[in-house]
Design a protein around this ligand. Structure first.
Ligand SMILES: Cc1cc2nc3c(=O)[nH]c(=O)nc-3n(C[C@H](O)[C@H](O)[C@H](O)COP(=O)(O)OP(=O)(O)OC[C@H]3O[C@@H](n4cnc5c(N)ncnc54)[C@H](O)[C@@H]3O)c2cc1C
Length: 346
């Protein structure tokens, strides 16, 4: 395989999730920077996405949670979270909310009570530490770390009947009546959305998606061998286009890591601008690369190739679903706006 860099292939998703190394890899310092560096984090996510997009989604959320707790939480919260991750405890971030989203409905000196639901809660039922956002009485967003095994939530499994990514179990979860101690509060109101971390964090799903694109390119090459289509110029052209798209996606992942590392070292306005523009551009570039590859793969393998036991149908569905991330149009329009403002200033 051209792009497989990790020894993940022979193990089930459950085994991989139970692998402490995979979860412990997310360890972060007090700035939320992965201890192995940005490039290692994103390359790991690309490799995991190559293996399985559902696993990638869970590991991506886990890394985001550890980074948020490490950067915004107290020293004690950071040490505990990193220790738990190293011991194999799975974290997740559940921010997406329906109109009846989670809010803090009552609070005392050292406790608070929640009402409302979260939707798209990936790994609900498996995630042990859910970093959720809740509206306070002023409407501001507050992060809370919920120990899922200790609170009585209602998981609505019927809420998740998706095109793909079914096994991500991204159910709606009702937190009404949940009481938490004040040690569940992570950081200050507004910390979750704080920039440039919020926009830059999209680099994680970009990396997982890039892994998915590479996997499809490799699977198409293997399919061409199985079906002996090597003499067909059209099939070889399609395959070539997929290989180039996968390489392009990988380059964008590296560009994100580079821009983020540069900002970590020197958080000046110019490096922030570069970081945000690079990640916004990467989101668009990976989406384009993935949609191009999906179309070519569907044409190349045909209806018979989209039947089990060929691997394509499941992967195509998962990637199409996982590509749908928040406000994609806003991200690419920011790239245009940045170029426009740059031109105005010249
Ligand atoms: C498999 C999967 C797992 C997920 N897991 C999680 C999770 O664990 N935790 C979590 O918090 N979230 C999760 N999400 C949710 C995800 O982060 C996004 O919030 C969600 O996918 C966005 O949904 P949407 O495409 O309907 O969003 P939207 O952002 O609403 O996009 C839909 C369309 O509307 C457009 N649009 C949006 N706003 C405007 C506007 N103001 N004006 C004009 N056009 C607009 C967009 O550009 C886009 O074209 C998951 C999503 C998926 C697919």
């Amino acid at each position: 395989m051209l792009f497989s860099t990790f020894d993940l292939a022979d193990r089930s998703v459950e085994e991989l999730l139970a692998d402490r190394r995979l979860l412990g890899n997310a360890a972060a310092d007090e700035h939320g920077v992965p201890v192995d560096g940005r490039l290692a984090e994103l390359e790991d996510l690309r490799a995991v996405g190559y293996r399985d997009l559902v696993l990638g989604r869970l590991i991506e959320g886990h890394g985001n949670a550890i980074a948020l707790v490490s950067r915004c939480g107290t020293e004690r919260q950071r040490t505990t979270a990193n220790g738990e991750a190293a011991a194999g405890v799975l974290f997740g971030v559940w921010n997406t909310a329906p109109p009846d989203g989670v809010r803090i409905v009552a609070a005392g000196d050292a406790w608070l009570e929640l009402g409302g639901r979260k939707t798209f809660c990936s790994g609900a039922g498996t995630v042990a530490r859910a970093l959720i956002t809740a509206r306070d009485p002023n409407g501001a967003s507050q992060m809370l770390l919920v120990p899922m095994e200790r609170v009585p939530v209602r998981i609505d499994r019927d809420s998740w009947d998706p095109l793909g990514m079914r096994e991500s179990d991204s159910f709606a979860v009702d937190f009404t009546g949940v009481r938490l101690g004040s040690d569940a509060v992570i950081g200050d109101v507004g910390d979750y959305d704080r920039q440039p971390w919020f926009a830059a964090g999209a680099a994680r799903f970009v990396a997982v998606q890039a892994g998915g694109v590479a996997r499809l390119a490799d699977e198409l090459a293997a399919f061409a061998v199985r079906r002996s289509t090597g003499e067909d110029a059209v099939q070889m052209t399609r395959l070539g286009e997929c290989v180039v798209a996968a390489h392009t996606a990988a380059q964008w992942v590296r560009a994100c890591a580079e821009a983020w590392s540069a900002w970590d070292v020197d958080p000046a306005a110019e490096s922030e601008r570069r970081l945000r523009t690079t990640v916004d551009a990467a989101r668009y570039a990976i989406e384009r690369a993935a949609l191009d590859v999906l179309e070519r793969v569907e044409r190349a393998v045909g209806a018979r190739g989209l039947l089990a036991p060929e691997p394509f149908a499941a992967f195509v569905r998962d990637l199409r679903m996982y590509l749908r991330q928040p406000a994609p149009d806003l991200a690419i329009s920011r790239v245009g706006r940045d170029a426009f403002e740059h031109a105005c200033a010249e």
